[in-house]
Write a protein that binds this ligand. Sequence first.
Ligand code: ARG
Length: 276
Amino acid sequence: MHRDASPRRYLMCPPAHFRVTYSINPWMDPAKPVDLPLALTQWEDLRDRYLSLGHTVELLEPDATLPDMVYAANGATVVDGRVLGARFAFPERTGEAALHRDWFRAHGFTDVREPDHVNEGEGDFAVTSTYLLAGRGFRSSPLSHPEAQEFFGRPVIGLDLIDPRFYHLDTALCVLDEAADEVMYYPGAFSPGSRGVLARLFPGALIATEKDALALGMNAVSDGRHVLLPQAAVGLFGPLRERGYEPIGIDLSELLKGGGSVKCCTQELRPAPAAP
Ligand code: ARG
């Protein structure tokens, strides 16, 4: 099957002040040293990949007091040009939300909502053409789901995350082709009921193994053809190719120490700008 890429617009934040000094997910061990220059090089490689694929990358200025800010996906959710801001679950990240909202207001987005309920942006919201998939259980409040549904006017499907290693939806599920509602996911991250919901909605989904999920293989970004994913998730490359995708392995070993990878570093601004 031939797959077409479509140009995207992403928001990223360089890991200039990245460090692991607290632990708010099981991946974070403050005793493990982080190689900051390597983190920067790896992040630049990811950004350069997007650029060479023809995508637009916008930059958010990093703040020295917010070491997790590199995980830009968590700062907002943008659909149809409307921006639902984030509200973080942990005080260590609270300050990021306003910096995201300020960025949007300064860049011509007029519909920017400061949310009432805790939601960690695209960490827990995933967009297909039919649904807004929404994770809950560790970070985003279940009350953020109706709030997002009302704001975006899209049907929200709530999904219960049950394994603390997969604390955000984007560590457990990835939208490969939003137009075709095609996803990949790791069933073990979800409650039995949510597994049932996913099986009904996405009978043709690519099902990941625990091994690939533990390499954060679900934390991937697809443009409809190219799927950028952690290179250690080797078991996904064959199945992605069989479906006509072009997997591109990315090494973000340093950012894995904070509990994130490709998708966490990449917020998608939907829609992308019209072609010049
Ligand atoms: N250290 C960050 C946190 O625990 C990592 C966030 C990863 N981002 C993501 N979209 N899953 O909040």
